[in-house]
Design a protein around this ligand. Structure first.
Ligand code: ADP
Length: 342
């Protein structure tokens, strides 16, 4: 019965054109959602402000006409002005990509586990059903291909765009695919800009829910270029708990604030080590520092990750923990953090 009502409703609505995307209001149109329960119909129209009046009129027409359909008891029309995620990343930005969210992973210092986090966040999100790409922008030490178990060079398609290499269902593009990783890359602003632009506009990414960008450590040209040329949804800053790392993480927080990139949160990596023998937590690099820092800057604290030997081995062997052993302790910690980001 209810399928029949839904079918009759779409039979009617599809005669009308969506003012925003010019598509009919049928099942495939993302701007209309219909829920039917016992003849009570809730229609939600996602409205862009520009066409508000047109949507309002359409809503009135739908309400009036659909109430005459057999079996319909009540009709409720809601106009929601949700921003389409895609718009944010394709309009007014020089680096174009069809990704609903672009998340930059940053750190003040090298060696704190930034790339490991980027890869495992991508893997965790994939496990949770999202379509994810990872862009390794660490021009001074691209390590994502190795951690993803990917080697080789991407090929170009007929449109002269590079096809990202893929493993575990995650599309991957790295500066390491374009330059020899052993060549010291002493790049200045314009070269960094060109390389990053190539990795966005010159790559056939397809449609993604999340693009995870592994930035180089510090607050240099790559960070500024990304902030100014791509519509970053936000940044996540990785730090270890000790003061020397946190001092540099602070610089990263200040930089993102200055360039108006939202900070999704701070993650403390290598927070503690659980000894195989005594099973106690050992706080090798001190404890609680990143949480305090997050409170001080009023940014979310996303969680702590333990020092985990299996993770180090998995990373070296190109098997992200969340895919290799999703039930493992460290994978669970990454998954917890990933869930906070959706
Ligand atoms: P960064 O990107 O900050 O330079 P990496 O992600 O390359 O740091 O990590 C540096 C090293 O530390 C790598 O060998 C990685 O496997 C290891 N590592 C990172 N996080 C952890 C962790 N939580 N437990 C154990 N090893 C880790």
């Amino acid at each position: 019965m209810s399928d029949k009502i839904l079918q009759s409703i779409f039979e009617f609505t599809k005669k009308y054109q969506d003012p925003e995307n010019n598509a009919p209001f049928d099942e495939k149109n993302p701007n209309i959602q219909i829920i039917e329960k016992n003849g009570n119909i809730n229609i939600s129209l996602s409205v862009s402000q520009q066409y508000f009046e047109e949507y309002k009129k359409l809503g009135d027409v739908f309400k009036e006409s659909l109430s005459k359909i057999d079996g319909v008891i009540s009709i409720n029309i809601a106009l929601t002005s949700e921003k389409k995620p895609n718009e944010s990343n394709t309009q007014n930005s020089r680096f174009k990509i069809n990704a609903s969210n672009i998340i930059a992973i940053a750190s003040g210092k090298g060696g704190v586990g930034k790339s490991t986090f980027a890869v495992n966040l991508a893997a965790a999100m994939t496990t949770l059903g999202k379509k994810v790409g990872i862009l390794d922008a660490d021009i001074y030490g691209p390590s994502v291909p190795r951690m993803m178990g990917i080697s080789g060079r991407p090929e170009a398609n007929d449109n002269k765009k590079l096809i990202p290499l893929e493993n575990y269902g995650i599309k991957c593009m790295s500066i390491g695919f374009l330059v020899d990783v052993d060549t010291p890359t002493i790049w200045r602003g314009p070269m960094v800009m060109k390389a990053l632009e190539q990795m966005f506009n010159g790559v056939e990414w397809g449609k993604l829910d999340y693009l995870i960008v592994d930035l180089p450590p510090g607050t240099g040209d790559a960070q500024i270029t990304m902030a100014q040329n791509s519509k970053l949804s936000g940044s996540i800053i990785i730090s270890t708990p000790q003061d020397v790392a946190l001092i540099d993480a602070r610089k990263g927080i200040n930089m993102f604030k200055k360039v108006n990139v939202p900070i999704i949160g701070l993650v403390e990596n290598m927070s503690y080590f659980i000894c195989d023998n005594c099973k106690e937590k050992h706080f090798i690099f001190s404890t609680g520092g990143a949480k305090k820092e997050a409170e001080k800057f009023q940014i979310p604290f996303l969680g702590s990750l333990e020092i985990n030997k299996e993770l180090r081995i998995q990373s070296d062997e190109g098997r992200p923990a969340c895919i290799d052993n999703p039930q493992g302790d460290i994978a669970k910690q990454y998954l917890e953090i990933a869930k906070k980001i959706f």
